[in-house]
Design a protein around this ligand. Structure first.
Ligand code: GTQ
Length: 370
């Protein structure tokens, strides 16, 4: 080892490194341990945002941002503190691969229709009466619904109702940025006009387990909205049996015409953790962003305890040990980059062996309060 350090520290080697740097070149022998780590060491950090703070900032944003003035969506994104390398505004990443945000629309407002190659999903948190219009279909949103807008589809939002609505967005923006593949276009009309009946796809799939014969061949988005009632019923059925030791009772939203994840690049789950559930710790290559639909508890991430309650958001970075504990019956919505990770054949999983599968708590995360 001493010999290796002598080599790296030698004047000859340092001078050479400096010399080639002027030509925008670099030495592999210096860089390889950083370029190819033994296992994932993400720059994204485990982090948690309290709902009280998020809601307060969204309400403040209604004072400074209006669709007339801003021409866009009123969304505030989660900036992972480990991924701020494009300062001052950061690089809009919650995990290495995924962007997530919280969006508020007031009655009477519209968010203009546009389309982009990035895949998007929404999870509805509060309020009712607003719709998103995707490829000519108005999809009315209610708390607990999961919606998808796969890449390339026109989408805008409108709100004929009478109370503010809040939802979560998640998109593969950082992935598309790194792949250098972004394309974006505004719709020629401010808000696309309906061309099919309201809530068309959810009605076509109302039964859940059967598909219309016309969907025998895979469609991009045969279902636009996965209604809360159906998800809750699926979890009620599942919870009559033994829970998964790490994840309790969990279901994944899928595309019923091909069995793949509902959104091509972003996976999404709803999981139910019964009161006093204490899941075992595990880790996996993919990363996840969680939103607490209901309940309270905590998640230990790499030894640090993150307490959560209804509305909060938290990030489990790649390959971080994590275990969930519920104080009361809880529902966690989460989305993840597993489909991206799988396309590169990178998914690996490990169960925590020590201490019967439970981590030792070494610290507590102090969330920023409003
Ligand atoms: O509502 O269509 O947070 O296109 C980011 C990009 C929301 C949306 C975001 C978007 C949207």
């Amino acid at each position: 080892m001493a010999e290796k350090n002598d080599f790296f520290n030698s004047i000859e080697v340092r001078d050479f490194t400096r010399d080639i740097a002027q030509y925008n070149l670099g030495p592999l022998w210096d860089a390889i341990p950083d370029l190819m780590k033994k296992e994932p060491t993400p720059q994204a950090e485990a982090y948690l945002w309290k709902y009280d703070l998020l809601k307060k900032k969204l309400v403040e944003a209604t004072k400074i941002f209006t669709p007339e003035r801003g021409g866009e969506r009123r969304a505030i994104y989660f900036q992972n503190p480990g991924l701020t390398y494009r300062q001052p505004w950061g690089w809009a990443s919650a995990t290495q691969t995924l962007y997530a945000a919280i969006q508020l629309i007031l009655p009477g407002e519209t968010a203009p229709s546009h389309r982009h190659v990035q895949n998007a999903l929404r999870y509805i948190i509060e309020g009712e009466g607003a719709y998103t219009i995707v490829q000519g279909q108005r999809v009315f949103m209610e708390r607990g619904d999961y919606l998808i807008t796969p890449g390339g589809l026109w989408h805008g939002h409108g709100h004929p109702g009478d109370e503010p609505m809040i939802w979560m967005d998640c998109l593969d923006i950082p992935t598309v940025f790194h792949l250098g593949g972004t394309f974006f276009e505004n719709h020629p009309d401010h808000l696309e006009k309906p061309s099919v009946p309201d809530n068309y796809t959810a009605q076509r799939y109302e039964g859940g387990m059967v598909r219309p014969i016309s969907d025998r061949y895979p469609q991009i988005a045969p279902v636009g909205a996965y209604k809360w009632n159906a998800t809750e019923a699926a979890l009620a059925g599942l919870s009559r049996f033994e829970p998964d030791p790490c994840d309790g009772y969990a279901v994944e939203y899928i595309n019923p015409s091909n069995g793949a994840t509902a959104n091509p690049t972003i996976g999404a789950w709803m999981q139910k953790l019964p009161a006093n559930f204490h899941g075992k710790a595990h880790r996996h290559t993919h990363s996840s962003i969680y939103h607490v639909h209901e309940g309270s508890g905590y998640t230990i991430i790499n030894g640090v305890r993150f307490d959560w309650e209804k509305g909060d958001f938290f990030v489990v970075p790649n390959y971080a040990w994590h275990e969930h504990v519920a104080s009361e019956d809880s529902y966690l919505f989460s989305c993840n980059d597993l489909p991206i990770i799988e396309k590169f054949n990178l998914e690996r999983k490990e169960e925590y062996e020590k201490n019967n599968g439970f981590q030792t708590v070494t610290g507590e995360f102090k969330a920023l309060l409003s």
